[in-house]
Design a protein around this ligand. Structure first.
Ligand SMILES: C[S@@+](CC[C@H](N)C(=O)[O-])C[C@H]1O[C@@H](n2cnc3c(N)ncnc32)[C@H](O)[C@@H]1O
Length: 185
């Protein structure tokens, strides 16, 4: 079914959305399955809540913070998921505020890194890399429609990408990637 609020945003702010439709259920489930036993999950770019719903299904009682920049989408998330903490803010602001989050926090992101406008893209990437590098147990789960990692890492980075799954049933097919500290379990 077409989500009109999402489609309207995709047409008016395409660089912030990077897709014409919310994540499919298959893609959302594949993302959520990468969370494992994390004590805290922070979802970035929660949009209409497709991934939020999958995260709730795999870990109904874990602390979950859903971050969404667009006010009307954040309001929709609050209505749909009364037990989820929702922050209407930019991802980098939340990551900086939550620097002291538990060392096994997992970030689950639908942020469209390939289309985000500068300087938002660089600011967001920097805060995300700092957040994950700060503890060996932290990870980022990110999907991309491209046949390569979601974004390139700086040369000196201690982080590494792993492709975990390709969701062929998503339109277009999407790779689910995990970014973690090299050598971490
Ligand atoms: C691909 S869409 C959301 C997909 C989501 N999984 C869904 O099913 O609706 C990306 C979302 O990221 C949000 N977004 C873009 N840049 C952001 C930022 N810097 N901080 C927080 N949210 C952001 C957009 O408003 C949009 O809702």
């Amino acid at each position: 079914m077409i989500n009109m609020a999402f489609l309207a945003l995709a047409l008016t702010r395409p660089t912030l959305v990077g897709a014409l439709a919310p994540s499919s259920r298959r893609l959302a489930r594949a993302m959520a399955e990468q969370v494992g036993s994390a004590s805290t999950v922070i979802e970035l770019g929660a949009g209409t809540g497709a991934v939020t719903a999958a995260l709730r299904a795999v870990a109904p009682h874990s602390p979950l913070l859903a971050v969404e920049l667009q006010r009307h989408l954040a309001a929709g998330l609050k209505r749909r998921f009364p037990d989820v903490e929702v922050s209407c803010a930019a991802a980098h602001e939340v990551l900086e505020e939550r620097a002291l989050a538990p060392g096994d926090t997992v970030l689950v992101s639908s942020l469209p890194f390939r289309s985000l406008p500068e300087p938002l893209r660089t600011t967001t990437l920097q805060s995300l890399l700092v957040f994950v590098e700060a503890h060996p147990g932290r990870r980022l789960v990110q999907y991309t429609y491209q046949p390569r990692a979601p974004f390139a890492l700086p040369r000196a980075s201690r982080l590494q990408w792993t492709l975990r799954e390709v969701v062929w049933g998503n339109l277009p097919p999407a790779g689910v990637w995990v970014l973690k500290n090299a050598g971490a379990a």
